[in-house]
Design a protein around this ligand. Structure first.
Ligand code: HEC
Length: 215
């Protein structure tokens, strides 16, 4: 009983100390504190431009479906080329690479700048699908470079890129490969950084609620 009275008295003192009756709610309990101090919601990212927003479906839905089918077919062919032409024997079944052979699928795969250790790729920049396609056609598979047909090189590139989440909208070929950006995602992220609403501004470390009197 005495203890409780003491505590009540303490709280009372605290409340008084914190500005008397003005804003007692802020200081009395943790709960009320939390609700009060919730970080202001980050302003809605306003008009973050959505570069990827597709134009309203083309008038001819068939065309889109056909393009999609052609792309799927190419993807399947590329997957097969990767296995049949021994790409997998060096780069791994799923292109994950290993100590001797670079990954062709995965976060670190196909960097824009050739890896420092690169020999065959030395000085070759991978900016677009075309760069990869041409490199593959010219240099891969290592011991039989130049044996892939254009179709095979395009297909295996399309497969690798798809697996790397590069967005292909059409069957990849020599005429459109240089418009497919490999690192568009990364570039966009970089650009966006400045504008990003970022984390909800951390509430300036809210003054810790006066510690409740020790029990
Ligand atoms: C005998 C092993 C071997 C085979 C088979 C092979 N590669 Fe490679 N590949 C390599 C090596 C090693 C490199 C790194 C070359 C260098 O030094 O620049 C490489 C590099 C690559 C690169 C560039 C990777 C990067 O990020 O620098 C791609 C893409 C690639 N290979 C695709 C293929 C494809 C597609 C095939 C099958 C058609 C294939 N490779 C077959 C060993 C192989």
């Amino acid at each position: 009983m005495v203890a409780r009275m003491k505590r009540t008295a303490l709280i009372f003192v605290l409340v008084a100390a914190c500005g008397g009756g003005k804003k007692p709610a802020q200081t009395t309990t943790m709960e009320s504190h939390e609700t009060k101090e919730e970080p202001a919601k980050p302003a809605e990212p306003a008009e973050t431009p959505k570069p990827e927003e597709k134009p309203a479906e083309a008038a001819k839905p068939d065309e889109g479906a056909l393009a999609q089918a052609a792309l799927t077919e190419q993807y399947e062919m590329g997957k097969k080329v990767f296995a049949d032409k021994k790409c997998a024997s060096c780069h791994g079944d799923h292109g994950e690479g290993n100590k001797k052979n670079p990954p062709v699928i995965g976060e670190k795969a196909l960097p824009e700048k050739a890896p420092k250790t690169a020999k065959l790729r030395k000085g070759v920049t991978f900016k677009t699908a075309k760069d990869v396609m041409e490199f593959v056609k010219a240099k891969m598979p290592v011991k039989a470079a130049g044996t892939l047909t254009d179709d095979e090189a395009a297909a295996v590139t399309a497969w690798m890129l798809s697996e790397n989440k590069v967005n292909l909208e059409k069957k990849l070929d020599a005429s459109n490969a240089d418009s497919v950006m490999l690192h568009a995602g990364a570039a966009a992220e970089g650009e966006a950084k400045g504008a990003e609403p970022a984390e909800p501004a951390k509430p300036a470390t809210p003054a810790k609620p006066a510690k409740p009197a020790k029990k």
